[in-house]
Design a protein around this ligand. Structure first.
Ligand code: 3PG
Length: 386
C-alpha cells in the first residue's frame, strides 16, 4: 500500500480517518490513549503544510440523529490540549467547501451521524472523497469495519494511503504473528470461549504455548475433568477446549483463587484446582500458577496478550493479572498487547513503557490475529493497484 510518509502533502487537502472512539464521561475524555497514538500522524501532516481534516466515529449513535452525547466536541478539546493548538470541530462538512489554512487542523463531527456511513454507501463515500486530495487511513481500531469513512472513501479519493499509525500497527502484528521469535507465547483471557474461539484456533496454529485465563480458563479446567463449582464456564464448548489442548500446549492452573460471591467485599481463598467446591467460583489464578506462568513469559521470544486472567477490577482477584503484567514487563520478549480490558490492566499495573507494542485495536486486533483480511486495508491495497 501507499504510505502517507512517501507523499508530498504541502498545501494539499488531507483527510485523515483516525479511530478517536474514546470513553467520555460528563463531557470529558476519560482515556486519551487513542488520541495520543494518533498525534504523530496529525503532527507530521500539519508540519508539511497540509490542510488537515480529521474524521472519526464515536460510539454507536442512531444514524441521522446527531445526539449531543455522541458529539466529538470533547475529543476536539482534548486533541487541542495535546497538540497545543485549537482544533476546530466542523459540524457541516458534506458538500461544503471547507476553507482551511495550510497547516490547520480541524475535526469533522462524528461520521456515524451521516446517513449511509455504516452501510458503506457509495454516495456518502464520494462526498468524503470530494473533501480531499489525499485520503489517509490511519484508524487501525476501525480497520475491520467496511464503512464509508474507512473503506468506501478509499475507492473514490484521488489518492488513498496508509497513515503512520496504521502502518506501525500492521508491522508490529506481522512481527508477532508472521515471523515470531520463539518460543511464542499467547495469553488469551476474558469471560467466554465462544467470543474468542477463532482467536484460540488461530493462535493454536502459531504459538508454542497458549495460556488461557478468566472464564475461558474455566471451560478448559472443566474439560480437564475438574469441578468448577459455580464458575462462569461454557459446558457446550468443552469438546472444543479438548480439541485445542490436543493441538497446542495449554498449561492449566494448578491453584486458583475462589470466592462464594462476586463482589468487592468477597472473601478470596487460594485452593488447589482439584478442591473447588460446588458453591465456589474461580476468579483468578493462584500464586503458584502465576509463578509458573511468569517463568514461561520470562523465557519467551514473543508474547501476544489479549485479556486478563482474573477479575482484576476487584483487587483480591487481580494478583494473577498483576503477576503476569510484571513478568511481561520484565521479559526481553517482543510483547504485543491489544483489547480494552488488557489496556486497562496495563494502565492499572503501570507497565505501558515496558510492553513492546500496545495496539489501539480491540475488535480489529482480534480479527487480525484470527487471520481475517481487514476491509479498510484491502481497500488501500486495491487503491494502490488501481
Ligand atoms: C472499537 O472501539 O473497537 C472501534 O472503535 C470500533 O468501534 P465499533 O465496534 O463501534 O465499530
Amino acid at each position: 500500500v501507499r504510505k502517507m510518509t512517501d507523499l508530498d502533502l504541502a498545501g494539499q487537502r488531507v483527510l485523515i480517518r483516525e479511530d478517536l472512539n474514546v470513553p467520555i464521561k460528563h463531557g470529558r475524555v476519560t482515556s486519551d490513549a487513542r488520541l495520543r497514538a494518533s498525534l504523530p500522524t496529525i503532527q507530521a501532516a500539519a508540519k508539511t503544510g497540509a490542510k488537515v481534516m480529521l474524521m472519526s466515529h464515536l460510539g454507536r449513535p442512531t444514524e441521522g440523529e446527531p445526539a449531543e452525547e455522541f458529539s466529538l466536541a470533547p475529543v476536539a478539546e482534548r486533541l487541542g490540549e495535546l497538540l497545543d493548538r485549537p482544533v476546530r470541530l466542523v459540524k457541516d462538512y458534506l458538500d461544503v467547501n471547507l476553507d482551511l489554512a495550510d497547516g490547520e487542523v480541524v475535526l469533522l463531527e462524528n461520521v456515524r451521524f451521516n446517513q449511509g456511513e455504516k452501510q458503506d454507501d457509495d454516495a456518502l463515500a464520494k462526498q468524503y472523497a470530494a473533501l480531499c486530495d489525499v485520503f489517509v487511513m490511519d484508524a487501525f481500531g476501525t480497520a475491520h469495519r467496511a464503512q464509508a469513512s474507512t473503506h468506501g472513501v478509499a475507492r473514490f479519493a484521488p489518492t488513498a494511503c496508509a497513515g503512520p499509525l496504521l502502518a506501525r500497527e500492521l508491522e508490529a502484528l506481522e512481527k508477532a504473528l508472521a515471523t515470531p521469535a520463539r518460543p511464542m507465547l499467547a495469553i488469551v483471557g476474558g469471560s467466554k470461549v465462544s467470543t474468542k474461539l477463532e482467536v484460540l484456533n488461530a493462535l493454536s496454529e502459531k504459538c508454542d504455548q497458549l495460556i488461557v485465563g478468566g472464564g475461558i480458563a474455566n471451560t478448559f479446567i472443566a474439560a480437564a475433568g475438574y469441578n468448577v463449582g459455580k464458575s462462569l464456564y461454557e459446558a457446550d464448548l468443552v469438546d472444543q477446549a479438548l480439541a485445542l489442548m490436543e493441538k497446542v500446549d495449554i498449561p492449566l492452573p494448578t491453584d486458583v483463587v475462589v470466592a462464594t460471591e462476586f463482589s468487592e467485599s468477597a472473601n478470596a481463598v487460594v485452593k488447589g484446582v482439584e478442591h473447588v467446591a460446588d458453591d465456589e467460583m474461580i476468579l483468578d489464578i493462584g500464586p503458584i500458577t502465576a509463578e509458573r506462568f511468569a517463568a514461561l513469559l520470562k523465557d519467551a521470544g514473543t508474547i501476544l496478550w489479549n485479556g486478563p486472567v482474573g477479575v482484576f477490577e476487584i483487587d483480591q482477584f487481580g494478583q494473577g493479572t498483576e503477576a503476569l503484567s510484571q513478568a511481561i514487563a520484565a521479559s526481553s520478549a517482543f510483547s504485543i498487547a491489544g483489547g480494552g480490558d488488557t489496556l486497562a490492566a496495563i494502565d492499572k499495573y503501570g507497565i505501558a513503557e515496558q510492553v513492546s507494542y500496545i495496539s489501539t485495536g480491540g475488535g480489529a486486533f482480534l480479527e487480525y490475529v484470527e487471520g481475517k483480511t481487514l476491509p479498510a486495508v484491502a481497500a488501500l491495497e486495491a487503491a494502490a493497484e488501481a
